[in-house]
Design a protein around this ligand. Sequence first.
Ligand code: GCU
Length: 440
Amino acid sequence: MKAPHQLLTHSPLKACLIFLLSALYMNPLFAIPKDANVDEAKVPKFTLPDPLTMTDGTPVTSSHQWSARRRGEILDLFKEHVYGRSPDGLPAGLSHQVTQTIPNFLDGKATLKEIRVLFNGKKDGPKMHILLILPNHTKKPAPAFLGLNFSGNHSIHPDSRITLSKSWMRPKKDGSVIDHKATEKARGASSSRWPVETIIDRGYALATIYYGDIDPDFDDDFKNGVQPLFYREGQKKPAANEWGSIGAWSWGLSRALDYLESDPTIDAKKVSVLGHSRLGKTSLWAGAQDQRFAIVISNDSGCGGAALSRRRFGEKVKRINTSFPHWFNDRFNQYNDNENALPIDQHQLISLIAPRPVYIASASEDLWADPTGEFLSGKYAEPVYALFGKKGLGCDQPPAVDHPVGDFIRYHRRSGKHDLTAYDWAQYLDFADRHLIKNK
Ligand code: GCU
């Protein structure tokens, strides 16, 4: 599918249409089609694949067996059938440079750093810009939250010293993006999703990257973004079992973690990867593949994220593959209206994070993302956590709104819409305190 801006050329009437199409494309409430099921009574009966039975039928009874054999088996199935295989090595020449340091950010509370990662070492090649904000009041290397953002690093805070992104952006009718480029108006536009000062006050660093730096979010048959860096001779696009955009964004998160490991101001063993919506799908896939992430947080990730595909509730596999054909690998199309044939389901994605702490969050009005299906993924991942002696959700039914539950698998259903809010962050900060910071 083409992104809305590609469907039409310009005229005032067409501009209006572009806005409407963009709203449809972006807003999950608008996007709930009439044929989508949001009635619990109409959820079909299904049987989930058992995380603790090997493909050859052998039962998994120990954490050793899980780590040595079963984990790899499940990871491989997700690569082959859902997100695609990401390349193993790094592109030749990959390098990073610190491009700006501001020691008195947030009235002196924080230091801001900008880091440019040149994926093939070339300035005119694909690159990402990491915005890193560090607390000044802590003495030790800081634990950190790392997450991709939707609208550019400049959108997370209004301070005009943050470099305005020059990357391709989706059109916005409020003047914050013109001709696919961010304008000054975009500064701080997403600040409600990024409570920077609170994060800093709590002693954490925040690292964020515009997701479109890694792979612009429209279907161009993978001509831009990082994929072409890895094409074999004569290859023009990823093969049917190779990575799509979610794979690429996740890969970018791991490259950001590589940088954080090299930065002495960061405690890279205490990095929580977090994402909202499509970027929540991405944080789960990043955390499943890269076990260096200490905590994994999925905010309203829905279909292809934490929600069980077999429930066919809200957004379904066919719908997501049709609307966003570039997010998953081509093989995932085999499961359009055919979810029961999937060799895995999304509870096994959660199980790949074990024994590390995982937080799954839903919003009560976000039926498109199937809050109950998101809860159940956590629930059915519990036996894997139990192998490691770790407690999961500790309840069988989704909790009341605004009542988080669970220990190593934690879950809440915030009241309200599809969004990343101060309430969500308050839970994530407490969760990180409990699991990463001793004596709390
Ligand atoms: C759409 C899409 C969802 C996705 C969301 C987002 O609503 O259908 O799967 O999570 O966009 O990323 O904003």
